[in-house]
Design a protein around this ligand. Structure first.
Ligand code: FE2
Length: 427
C-alpha cells in the first residue's frame, strides 16, 4: 500500500507520461500505468511535474520590509546598504521572525522548497541570526533552509565583524559569507577572501560570497576566490554570488578567469532581477546589463544557478518569490533563447540551485525524497513562458500547498466564453 500515487505525470524532458508512487516520504516507484493502491491519488492529467524550485541566494532578514523607514531613491546597491543600516538597528527578534515566517509561506505556495539565505552578522546583537535559526528549525518539515553568515558591511571593514561571524557559526549558521568588493581596498578584499576560506577549510563548511557585485571591470575578487578554493582543496564547495563585474571585464582576461573558476569547480549564482535593476546606475547610454556571463559560464561546464536575492526590501521593491519570474528575466538578460538555453534557465532555478546547496536526494527518481511540484503546463519551456499555477506542492509525499487552475472568463462583443485551460497553453 503506497501513501500517494500521482497519475499521468509528465516528467521533465522525458516526454513519457508516468505514474509516481510514494511511500514513507520517498519516491518508491515510477512507471507507466502503475498498479496498486494508495491512501491518496492525484491525477496530474499529463501536466509537467518538476522537482521543487530552489532559491540559492536570498536575504530572509530584510525581506518584506519595503518602505521601512523609507524607500531607496537612487535604486543603487550602495543606497540599499545605507538604508539597511538605518532599518537593521530598529528590528527585534520578533520582527525578523515574523517577516521571515510570512515569506516562507509565500515560497511554499510558489513551490520553492530549498532556500539559501544570507543573514547579516554586522550587528553584534545577532538578533537576525537568532530569529532565522528558529525559522530554519520551524520550517524543516516544509523546506530546506541554509543560512550564510554574511558580513554586510565588510569582514575587515566593519568593527566586530570577525568576532560576530565566528559567533554566528557557533550558534549554528551553516555557510561562510563575505563581501570582498565592499572592503576598503582591493587588497583588503583579497585578505578577507583568504581568511574566510581558511575558516571554511578548518571547519569543513561551505562558502558563498557576494563577490564583485559591481560594474568595475577591475573588481576581480572571483580570481582570488577561485585561487583560494584550489589552494585549500575546497573545490565544489565554494559559491561566487553575483559576479556582475564579469559583465564589464575584458574578454581576454575572462578567458583566463573562467579556466581558474573551472579548476576550482566554482559554483555561480546570478540574480537577474536584482542585477538588471541595481547595476549600471552610473551609466548614461549605452547602459550595461550588469548580469554575469551566464551563457558562457554554462558552456564552460560551470554550474550556474539563478537566485531571487530580495523581495520587497531596501534593494528590490517587487516580487512574490516566483522562481519562474527569475528564470524568465535571466533568459531575457542573458539572451538565452534557444530550446536548450531555455531548459538551462529552468535548471538554474531547480537542479543547478540544488547542486549549489548540495541538497541530498533531490530530483524525481526512485529513492529520492518525494518532493515535487505539479505545474499547470506541459513543459519547462511553457513553465517559463507562462509562469503557471503550482497546482500541487508536495513535500515528503504530502501536499503542502495547492493553487486552483486558472479558468478565466472572456467577454467579446457582449458575449461570454469560459475558457477551460490556462491562457496560452500549448497542447
Ligand atoms: Fe544578496
Amino acid at each position: 500500500m503506497l501513501d500517494l500515487i500521482v497519475q499521468n505525470a509528465r516528467l521533465g524532458d522525458r516526454q513519457d507520461v508516468c505514474d509516481i508512487g510514494v511511500k514513507d516520504g520517498k519516491i518508491a516507484i515510477i512507471e507507466k500505468n502503475l498498479s496498486g493502491k494508495a491512501t491518496r491519488t492525484i491525477d496530474a492529467q499529463n501536466r509537467f511535474v518538476t522537482p521543487p524550485f530552489v532559491d540559492s541566494h536570498f536575504h530572509l532578514d530584510s525581506t518584506l520590509s519595503y518602505g521601512q523607514p523609507r524607500i531607496n531613491q537612487s535604486g543603487t546597491l550602495l543606497e540599499g546598504i545605507a538604508l539597511w543600516g538605518e532599518l537593521n538597528p530598529t528590528q527585534t527578534v520578533e520582527n525578523f521572525h515574523a517577516r521571515a515566517m510570512e515569506f516562507c509561506q509565500w515560497s511554499i505556495a510558489r513551490g520553492v522548497l530549498g532556500l539559501r539565505s544570507h543573514v547579516d552578522v554586522t550587528d553584534e546583537r545577532l538578533l537576525a541570526v537568532e530569529a532565522l535559526l528558529d525559522v530554519r528549525e520551524k520550517m524543516k518539515p516544509y523546506m530546506d533552509i541554509q543560512l550564510v553568515a554574511f558580513p554586510q558591511n565588510g569582514y575587515l571593514r566593519s568593527p566586530g565583524a570577525k568576532q560576530n561571524l565566528a559567533r554566528a557559526l557557533d550558534m549554528g549558521v551553516d555557510v561562510i559569507g563575505g563581501i570582498p568588493h565592499f572592503e576598503r581596498t582591493m587588497k583588503d578584499g583579497a585578505h578577507s577572501v583568504r581568511q574566510l576560506c581558511e575558516i571554511a577549510a578548518e571547519k569543513g563548511l561551505l562558502v558563498d560570497m557576494h563577490c564583485d557585485e559591481s560594474d568595475d571591470p577591475l573588481s576581480r575578487h572571483i580570481e582570488t576566490l577561485s585561487a583560494q578554493t584550489t589552494r585549500l582543496g575546497l573545490e565544489g564547495r565554494v559559491t561566487g554570488s553575483h559576479l556582475t563585474s564579469m559583465h564589464s571585464m575584458d574578454n581576454y582576461y575572462v578567458s583566463k578567469l573562467m579556466a581558474l573558476m573551472g579548476e576550482a569547480d566554482m559554483q555561480v549564482v546570478a540574480n537577474p532581477l536584482i542585477n538588471i535593476t541595481l547595476q549600471a546606475r552610473h551609466d548614461t547610454y549605452p547602459k550595461r546589463r550588469g548580469m554575469t556571463r551566464i551563457k558562457e559560464l554554462m558552456e564552460a561546464g560551470i554550474n550556474v544557478a539563478f537566485g531571487h536575492d530580495c523581495v520587497m526590501d531596501p534593494w528590490y521593491s517587487l516580487g512574490s518569490h516566483d522562481m519562474l519570474e527569475v528564470a524568465h528575466m535571466g533568459l531575457h538578460v542573458g539572451q538565452m533563447t534557444s530550446v536548450e538555453q531555455i531548459q538551462n534557465c529552468f535548471d538554474a532555478v531547480t537542479i543547478n540551485a540544488a547542486k549549489v546547496m548540495q541538497l541530498e536526494n533531490y530530483g524525481i527518481a526512485p529513492g529520492n525524497n518525494a518532493d515535487f511540484v505539479i505545474l499547470d503546463c506541459n513543459s519547462a519551456f511553457d513553465a517559463i513562458r507562462l509562469r503557471p499555477a503550482r497546482l500541487y506542492v508536495v513535500r515528503r509525499g504530502k501536499v503542502i500547498a495547492s493553487t486552483a487552475q486558472a479558468n478565466p472568463t472572456v467577454f467579446i462583443d457582449g458575449g461570454e466564453t469560459t475558457i477551460e485551460f490556462t491562457i496560452g497553453a500549448t497542447k
